[in-house]
Write a protein that binds this ligand. Structure first.
Ligand SMILES: C[S@@+](CC[C@H](N)C(=O)[O-])C[C@H]1O[C@@H](n2cnc3c(N)ncnc32)[C@H](O)[C@@H]1O
Length: 324
């Protein structure tokens, strides 16, 4: 149910980022860690409700030559869409860019020091070209229930098990962020780049339904919430609702994160009990199960506070180099 969860959420953030920076009918975009260009499709999907969507000038950058080749092939008929092989640690293109896009946690591949330097470079570029820009930062959330045993650590070897159909999963050292971790990196990076942010917004994505609830790779004790909720979406009446109950995590985390989870679990579990109560008087139906799945999704979207409590922590960093 990727479309129902992650894509919907990402699109709403991309829309708000693009609308905050777009001037007239053009939008210049650099997509960092672009892979095969998924973020471009999300952005276009996010903007297609506009009567006149802006014309997007898009440059995707990725370290992996194979990704770049596939991306070029997939987009070969599109004149304003380019892909280039580049390591973002070597610098961003020296040109005016309104939206620095990212999806699929590319910045988590970097160490904190490297991310600070990349942000300094982006900020200096925004300043030099006097643009009004939004930087989408997409990193792994440090305090996801999916990896509660690892909350003490901010960089560890992460296996991307969900990409493989049973084959050995690729592993990589990745950085994990709570809101205050990322806030420090942003403050240092933008200071070195010479501009104070105008606004910084944080969002948690996939709190109860992160991909690794299914693999159990890092927290085998966790029920496979994502799979169970996907079955609810499909109207499956055989899902036992108590299996979806969320217990408050008790790992080492800042008090605001633990308080957040208490409130989140309460709201999530209330939805389950309410559905169970209704189903005790009438039979469970596909419609009641799909309704419940939508309610759980709404709890995810409305409860999130951008603390690093989900699979990803997404930040919209607003910079204004036009008024200095
Ligand atoms: C999980 S993929 C996400 C791809 C795409 N944005 C998406 O949403 O599907 C992360 C991408 O970041 C790229 N990446 C990692 N480190 C990078 C770096 N230092 N510079 C540029 N790209 C990098 C990887 O090659 C990979 O394609």
């Amino acid at each position: 149910m990727k479309r129902e969860w992650e894509e919907r959420f990402s699109k709403s953030l991309f829309r708000s980022a693009a609308e905050a920076t777009s001037t007239g009918n053009r939008l210049s975009v650099v997509d960092v860690g672009s892979g095969t260009g998924d973020a471009l499709h999300l952005l276009e999907g996010a903007l297609n409700h506009h009567r006149r969507p802006p014309v997007i000038d898009y440059l995707g950058l990725d370290l992996d030559p194979d990704m770049v080749e596939v991306a070029r092939d997939l987009h070969r008929d599109r004149p304003r869409v380019e892909f280039a092989m580049a390591d973002i640690r070597d610098g961003v293109p020296d040109r005016p860019t309104q939206l620095y896009l990212a999806s699929g946690v590319p910045y988590s591949h970097l160490t904190r020091e490297e991310l600070t330097a990349v942000l300094a470079d982006i900020t200096a570029t925004v300043r030099r070209h006097r643009t009004r820009s939004v930087v989408v930062l997409d990193v792994l959330g440090r305090y996801s229930m999916e990896w509660e045993p690892y909350w003490d650590f901010d960089r560890w070897t992460y296996a991307m098990t969900f990409f493989q159909g049973g084959e050995p999963a690729p592993e990589a050292k990745m950085s994990f962020y709570g809101q205050s971790d990322l806030a420090t990196v942003i403050a240092d990076g933008t200071r070195h780049g010479g501009l104070l942010p105008v606004r910084v917004e944080y969002f948690d994505r996939s709190i109860g339904v992160g991909r690794h609830t299914v693999t159990g790779a890092f927290n085998p004790a966790l029920p496979p919430y994502r799979e169970l909720v996907n079955r609810l979406f499909a109207g499956d009446v055989t899902v036992a609702l108590p299996d979806l109950r969320i217990e408050d995590p008790c790992g080492e985390a800042p008090p605001e994160v633990l308080n957040f989870f208490t409130g989140f679990a309460t709201r999530w579990n209330e939805r389950l009990w309410h559905c169970a109560e209704v189903e005790s008087t009438r039979w469970a139906s596909a419609a009641s199960r799909t309704r419940l799945a939508r309610q759980l999704r709404d709890v995810e979207f409305s409860a999130q506070r951008g603390l690093g409590a989900g699979h990803s922590l997404i930040c919209l960093l607003h910079l204004d180099g036009s008024t200095r």
